[in-house]
Design a protein around this ligand. Sequence first.
Ligand SMILES: Cc1ncc(COP(=O)(O)O)c(C=O)c1O
Length: 424
Amino acid sequence: MTGFTEIDGVLHADNVPLTQIAAEYGTPTYVYSASEIKKQYDALAGAMQKALPADRQPLLCYACKANSNVAILSYLRSLGCSLEIVSEGELKRGLKAGFKAEQIVSTGVGKQRSEIIAALEAGIHQFNVESLPELEHIDQIAGEIGKKATIVFRLNPNVSGGGHHKISTGRRRDKFGISEDSIYGAYQIAAEMENVEPVGLSVHIGSQVFTVESFKTAFSKLPDIVNNIRAQGNTVTRLDIGGGFPIVYKDEKLLDLDRYAEWVRDIILPLDTEIIMEPGRYLVGNAGALLSEVLYVKETHDQDFLVLDAAMNDLIRPTLYEAYHGIEAVENRDRPEHNYDVVGPICETGDTFTQGRDLPEMKQGELAVIKSAGAYGYCMASNYNTRGRPAEIFVHEGKSYVIRARETLDEIIDQDTVPDFLSA
Ligand SMILES: Cc1ncc(COP(=O)(O)O)c(C=O)c1O
């Protein structure tokens, strides 16, 4: 059995009981299923293989902001992924995981000098440029260190796409990309620069894109723009069509990958460019769960609470985006339901995973999992309330591996330094 499945009444990850993982590594702990990651990769790559000719397959650049553990990166590399990064830290992680620099694309609206230098020196595939000042900065730095930067411009297509307003990135008013009216001028400026070479466009409209037609709307803007840029006498050899593929958290309708691939075939393929995609959440989101223990069952007049040992510092999505995550008991899963708020121990009312949800009746000391936590989970974790970040466990073919140890309190506290005059 693969993924998160129930075997003899106990939830397992790739055939390892979550009870065993909790006993061995403690809680709260992130658990990842390798087979679920592979299933997702195969589905996406397979849809593209079906729709596009073998010599026109896209570069699938995993957007590692979703989950940047080096073991996860290494696994995705072994499956055939390339990489999308947003920082020097992610570049380092990618190189450590064995990606070649030419498999890596660098995105983000605020690239810093040190990041640009590191990426140029490594020799990455391309920078996705989001503004003229950024273009000038890259040109200047590349000149200083004797490199030429390959760039594409991120188009802001004025299409609303994300599943929550905080992760919708393609609207005109958003901070991302360059509008169509400005992109021709920017392309011309870049073409005349000494140290950059503009080779194409990118477009990424948001994350968890439910309104799947938004992809088509955004893609449909590209042919005219590409043709206009070519008519200016400039070359367009790459199109990066971003990520944003949705996963199921509750009962969402999944993106029909075959339809998506047909849009790529019908709209993007004829433009005769290299095709790049940047899936993040889709590859890892459903492959992760946050395993937690019920610390207390607190009963009040108004509402009963399950107080978990996991908190908003471990998984902030419910607090930040009002995100829904499935919550399940790990053992004895067939039991009557009870209405709970599920909360963490942190001193904020916002430290709430769900409110007023009917869940299996649970007791103190029992294990619960918060599902679909593989993307934007651990990587957004913090030390708020001086809580160590959880352990991360990777399960592959029935064996569990620690891919990041639980953070100790000394590791956190020892980073503070006290000026001499205040020392005790
Ligand atoms: C430029 C870019 N590409 C790709 C992604 C990945 O998005 P998703 O995880 O929804 O696929 C993001 C997410 O923020 C992004 O900003």
